[in-house]
Design a protein around this ligand. Structure first.
Ligand SMILES: CC(C)(COP(=O)(O)OP(=O)(O)OC[C@H]1O[C@@H](n2cnc3c(N)ncnc32)[C@H](O)[C@@H]1OP(=O)(O)O)[C@@H](O)C(=O)NCCC(=O)NCCS
Length: 139
């Protein structure tokens, strides 16, 4: 991901999350050395993006979204596969992520790749006080 992608990324972000990340936050992430940010593109069009932090033996998935018109075509799965392959190539032992308890599509996607729920963060999301599931993949 680069600055040039941000307008399209922000459109997808707004249509994907009740509390979207701001442009400022994406710009800060782009400058953060631990953050690895990628876009999936079809021609000039951004179809989705993801962002993970690599810190020592751990990866934390920070954000992942696919354009609503491009979902259910395997793009999200390709992003997760890319992150796992990166992890295997960099001696990463664990990948963690937080997901809303009600986000069945995302939970199912992570489970397909072997992630398991290991903890619950009560009332983690400010907007509706929803719980977060913490999911982990051990490599
Ligand atoms: C979660 C998200 C990233 C998944 O992206 P996606 O590109 O739709 O993911 P995939 O296409 O790889 O998989 C989604 C479903 O499509 C199915 N699928 C994949 N390829 C397919 C194909 N060629 N034909 C039909 N279905 C297909 C998958 O089996 C999966 O279905 P399942 O959950 O019933 O198994 C997307 O729904 C999204 O952006 N959601 C909003 C943001 C969000 O919630 N992010 C997660 C925050 S933790």
């Amino acid at each position: 991901m680069a600055e040039v992608h941000l307008s399209q990324v922000l459109e997808i972000e707004k249509s994907s999350f009740p509390v979207p990340f701001s442009e400022n936050l994406f710009q800060m992430e782009l400058r953060l050395s631990v953050a690895h940010m990628y876009v999936g593109v079809g021609g000039e069009r951004v179809v989705g993006y993801f962002d993970f932090w690599h810190i020592g033996p751990e990866i934390h998935l920070i954000n992942i979204a696919v354009h609503p018109d491009c979902r259910h075509q395997g793009v999200g799965g390709q992003f997760i596969r890319f992150m796992i392959d990166y992890a295997k190539g960099h001696e990463v032992k664990e990948i963690y992520l937080d997901v809303r308890e009600s986000n069945a599509v995302a939970i199912h996607l992570y489970e397909r790749f072997g992630f398991k729920a290991v903890a619950v963060r009560d009332a983690y999301y400010e907007d509706n006080k929803e719980n977060a599931l913490v999911m982990e993949l051990r490599l």
